[in-house]
Design a binder for this molecule. Structure first.
Ligand code: 4NP
Length: 166
């Protein structure tokens, strides 16, 4: 069986940032005819099973991306066995994912998503949940840049399944 690359996006609620990152990346992989599995999850129980926030749905739709099928779910340690890359939005997400890591190899899969654009910059994608609509625009724009770079890394085979992608 062919081994396809798998990427997981993680934020706190799994209703704003990570569903946008998932939607953007799926859209771009589809457009580039690249077979990569993408999913997203979070750590917060309040919105489990819910659709993304209406403002995330709206900014995605304005860019021809439909994220209405997404349902919020929790991160579990089993995700370390499934995914090649686990990309988080901020330092809080990073701490939470790292606290579930069982091995050094688990930890090696995890990074802040903006580090794909500027390695080592440790830039965070701010949580837009309590913000205004323009915060969602800013979130979308940051994730648009990051997902462009991810597509480039996969296309050039710098990222692939089951290998040391660092
Ligand atoms: P997200 O935003 O982590 O980008 O999905 C949040 C959504 C909801 C909450 C926190 C962050 N919340 O605490 O309800």
């Amino acid at each position: 069986m062919r081994n396809i690359m798998k990427i997981l996006m993680v934020c706190l609620g799994n209703i704003c940032r990570s569903p946008l990152a998932e939607g953007l990346l799926k859209h771009k992989f589809r457009n580039n005819k690249l077979d990569v599995q993408v999913d997203s999850c979070g750590f917060e129980y309040d919105h489990l099973g819910c659709q993304p926030d209406y403002r995330a749905i709206e900014i995605a739709a304005m860019n021809d991306i439909d994220i209405t099928d997404k349902k919020a779910r929790l991160f579990t340690p089993a995700n370390f066995d499934i995914y090649d890359k686990i990309l988080v939005m901020d330092n809080n997400n990073l701490r939470m994912v790292a606290s579930k890591a069982r091995t050094k190899d688990d930890l090696k899969k995890v990074d802040l998503i903006m580090n794909v654009v500027e390695p080592g910059s440790n830039k965070q994608v701010p949580d837009p949940y309590y913000g205004r609509r323009d915060h969602f625009v800013e979130t979308f724009e940051m994730l648009d840049v990051a997902t462009d770079k991810i597509v480039q890394l996969v296309k050039s085979k710098q990222w692939s399944a089951n290998q040391d992608n660092n």
